[in-house]
Design a protein around this ligand. Structure first.
Ligand SMILES: NC(=O)c1ccc[n+]([C@@H]2O[C@H](COP(=O)([O-])OP(=O)(O)OC[C@H]3O[C@@H](n4cnc5c(N)ncnc54)[C@H](OP(=O)(O)O)[C@@H]3O)[C@@H](O)[C@H]2O)c1
Length: 360
């Protein structure tokens, strides 16, 4: 197995902040752009000294990283909602960390923070890059660190604003969500239930479908690996589909398009079935259903809602606290496992929000 050049003893307590010069920073950098599914050859493992924070800056020790399907898109060349990761750059990743050196009173040593830390053991951020990294303090009393990467983090925000702003659910409507047992899907389905909707998930395999219905309280779940999604929709959405929250694209999107109601809203959140497709992506064949049903299909990019995250976090944290919402995470360990761990998202091996634990 490819590994880092040297290992570093990682401090587990902040009673005495570590001397930066005694630490070395393990990093995973993009070596080349993949064609299809990423391989180990697309990554470089490097080790370098930990930089000083500089004026108004901080150094953050990475505790856990969010592994996201979007990472696959960031590895591609070309225009998107965010620039691609450059060849040779540390791979972009959101994460939770602890401030271990600081020249900024807003982020004192010991504070827990969330932000774009990168796939590395330490992240040194000069003062003028804190905002760009989206660095914010998090309160561990509100949620566990992994919940801060799930329901209270980027996936939760995506589900919240995608459903509430774009979908605009009304009580009694039927909401279908794909990737139902995953990070975004679990927030969407549970929130839609709380808003009084009938909720039908789509997920791969009996265990995930059972979890979605028995643990998360969805009304039904269609196992897309067991039979045609169209048949499942017919059985479980007798009144048609008012909102479809699409995490997967491809054939599942096409199947749902055949069952939508008049004025349906389709939220295009992602298309994970297409991300490793080396050919051009498969677009919806049945899009004329939008015309027939006077329906709407609209994309969402979560970062557009950054100003409103506190509102969503407050609501979702309330549901977590009183038990009306659950948050399931799938934690894998070790920075060096990143290349293989990322692939779990595309094989469906992750069960809940995929988190990479880097340090205690
Ligand atoms: N627009 C935004 O701002 C935004 C923000 C966050 C995420 N997203 C998107 O939201 C989607 C879900 O992300 P997530 O973080 O919540 O991931 P996730 O659902 O936790 O994990 C990905 C899941 O996708 C499913 N999957 C993989 N390949 C598939 C295929 N070929 N067909 C159907 N399902 C497949 C697998 O579940 P099964 O085992 O059930 O197949 C897998 O567990 C992704 O498309 C992501 O890009 C968008």
């Amino acid at each position: 197995m490819v590994s880092f050049e040297q290992t570093t003893a990682i401090p587990t307590t902040m009673s005495t902040p570590p001397v930066l010069s005694s630490l070395s920073n393990q990093q995973i950098r993009l070596a080349s752009r993949p064609a299809g599914s990423p391989t180990r050859d697309n990554w470089n493992f490097t080790t370098e000294p930990v930089a000083e924070p500089g004026p108004q800056g901080v150094v953050v020790q990475t505790l856990c990283l969010s592994l996201d399907p979007a990472m696959r898109g960031w590895m591609n060349e070309g225009k998107s909602y965010i620039p691609p990761v450059g060849i040779g750059e540390v791979m972009r990743a959101g994460g939770i960390g602890r401030v271990i050196a600081s020249q900024n009173a807003d982020f004192p040593v010991g504070a827990l923070v969330s932000g774009s830390l990168g796939v590395q053991a330490y992240c040194a951020l000069p003062g003028d890059q804190l905002r760009r990294a989206g660095l914010v303090r998090i309160d561990p009393r509100v949620g566990s660190l992994t919940q801060w990467l799930n329901v209270l983090g980027m996936p939760g925000m995506t589900g919240y604003f995608g459903l509430m702003d774009v979908g605009q659910p009304k009580a009694g409507e039927t909401v279908v969500v794909s990737g139902a047992a995953g990070a975004v899907g679990q927030t969407v389905g549970q929130l839609a239930k709380l808003k009084g909707c009938r909720v039908v998930g789509i997920a791969g395999g009996q265990a995930k479908c059972d979890f979605v219905v028995k643990e998360l309280g969805f009304d039904a779940c269609i196992d897309y690996k067991q039979g045609p999604v169209k048949d499942g929709l017919k059985a479980h959405c007798p009144q048609g589909v008012d909102i479809y929250f699409d995490n997967v694209g491809g054939e599942i999107l096409d199947a749902v398009l055949t069952r939508i109601n008049r004025k349906a809203r389709i939220i295009i959140c992602g298309a994970i079935s297409q991300y490793n497709n080396p050919e051009s992506i498969q677009g919806p064949k049945n899009y004329l259903s939008l015309l027939v049903n006077r329906a709407r299909m609209e994309g969402i990019v979560v970062f557009d809602y950054a100003d409103r995250y506190p509102q969503a976090i407050a609501e979702l944290a309330g549901y977590l606290k009183d038990g009306r919402m659950k948050s399931r995470e799938d934690v894998v360990e070790g920075l060096e496992t990143f290349p293989e761990a990322l692939l779990k998202l595309f094989s469906g091996e992750n069960f809940g929000k995929l988190v990479l634990k880097v340090s205690d």
